[in-house]
Design a protein around this ligand. Structure first.
Ligand code: NIG
Ligand code: FE
Length: 406
């Protein structure tokens, strides 16, 4: 495949400490077997017969987006929670009263596999139409051995049926299920002694994530799970400092987690610790907005201290219902003082780092997967200024057109 007539190709480099973008003008991209093989000004001479040619019509091309933190597979909805919050209850009030995540757990357990696969695939298509070519999906609404494994298998089925890349993450430590509300340490035992080994044995996920928060897993319980997961060879992630500054991100640094996510309440000391540990900060500003909180993560301070910052939707039924990753990046710019270049980096190469995929994904460089977006504008900044999926023309994943705007 060749993509011709690209007015501007915008990309970061994989190894690039600064956020400066590279712009190539009037260029073509050569793709072979799903990989980028050439960036050139003229392909006419060595064009292979019958090769598919896509005309970018003088518009801009950017890397396909990497969405590194979602809870895409669940049953039911949380419209009631949303309404309760409108009457003054907080996300935490609802969680502590056994609602919130546990309401979704109940609906998910009651849903058939076929229903979860169907709604999951519909959501994957919505992500694709929003420019996403790599999508992480967490379990976490099963919260029993049977249902957590079932969810990871369902995510595997969705992966097999999707054109974009899906990365499953085990989140058995999302909250305590009702059966173990009075005996929390027993549930932690089940995670460490049964769930984690089974997830590993069945090759269902490389990642283990934990919601470390008041009302969810405390620091000691989180550390027990981290230790067990590390021993089994999982790569580690923590939902850290979302609602309170509990020291979760210091723990993420101690265990050299691949990412620490949320970080709305993270302080300077923890920022420096994360930076030293090489952890990627995954910020989820739409969750902040959607739950009515006003304090966003200190992205400017993180960036100024050399911490790698990614942005994600956190798509889930309770705290963040959006597929629009560009809009989340716009929040990064308007609410967290990031530059447009930093925001692009946060939803491409830095998000790839949060999944350990930086060598394959997140930039347009030869040898990488051909994951690209052809925009309907020649000025890539426009899609942050006006984060409307109508500005996406074509989405290509591993050299295959997976979405075309009509
Ligand atoms: O990332 N914080 C915990 N987990 C999700 C919310 C899940 C839910 O409310 O269903 C989050 O915000
Ligand atoms: Fe989350």
């Amino acid at each position: 495949m060749i993509i011709t007539n690209i007015k501007k190709l915008i990309t970061h480099k994989t190894v690039n400490i600064s956020s400066k973008i590279c712009t190539y003008k009037d260029i073509c991209i050569g793709i072979n077997r799903g990989k980028i093989v050439k960036l050139n000004t003229d392909f006419k001479l060595n064009r292979i017969k019958n090769e598919e040619v896509i005309d970018a019509k003088g518009k801009a091309v950017i890397p396909g987006l990497v969405e590194c933190h979602t809870h895409t597979v669940f049953g039911g909805d949380r419209i009631d929670d949303f309404e309760r919050r409108s009457r003054g209850l907080t996300y935490m009030d609802i969680l502590k009263a056994g609602g919130g995540i546990n309401h979704t757990v109940k609906c998910t357990r009651e849903s058939r596999d076929s229903e979860l696969i169907k709604t999951g695939l519909e959501r994957v298509r919505k992500f694709t139409a929003n420019g996403i070519t790599t999508l992480e999906i967490k379990s976490g609404y099963g919260l029993s051995v049977k249902d957590e494994l079932r969810l990871l298998k369902i995510i595997g089925r969705i992966k097999d049926e999707s054109d974009i890349d899906i990365i499953p993450t085990f989140l058995g430590a999302h909250t305590f299920p009702p059966e173990y509300r009075e005996n929390r340490d027993k549930y932690v035992d089940i995670i460490t002694d049964t769930m984690l080994p089974l997830v590993r044995k069945n090759n269902l996920s490389e990642f283990c994530d934990i919601f470390c928060e008041e009302g969810a897993f405390n620091l000691a319980q989180t550390e027990r799970i981290l230790k067990a997961a590390k021993k089994l060879g999982f790569r580690l992630k923590i939902h850290a400092d979302q609602l309170t500054n509990s020291g979760a991100s210091l723990l993420a640094a101690k265990y050299r987690c691949i990412s620490a996510d949320h970080l709305d309440k993270t302080d300077r000391k923890s920022i420096l610790a994360l930076r030293k540990a090489g952890t990627t900060a995954v910020l989820l500003p739409y969750a902040t907005l959607f739950t009515g909180h006003r304090e966003y993560a200190l992205a400017r301070e993180m960036l100024d201290n050399g911490l790698r910052v990614a942005i994600s939707t956190d798509f889930n039924p309770g705290s963040s219902y959006t597929f629009n990753l560009f809009f989340c990046a716009t929040l990064g710019i308007t609410q967290m003082r990031m530059t447009v270049e930093e925001a692009l980096m946060a939803i491409t190469i830095n998000a790839a780092y949060a999944l350990g995929l930086e060598r394959k994904k997140g930039t347009i460089e030869t040898g990488k997967d051909a994951d690209l977006i052809i925009l309907n504008t020649d000025d890539y900044r426009e899609i942050f200024y006006n984060p409307d999926p109508a500005l996406i023309n074509t989405v290509i994943s591993k050299g295959k057109v997976v979405f075309r705007n009509r």
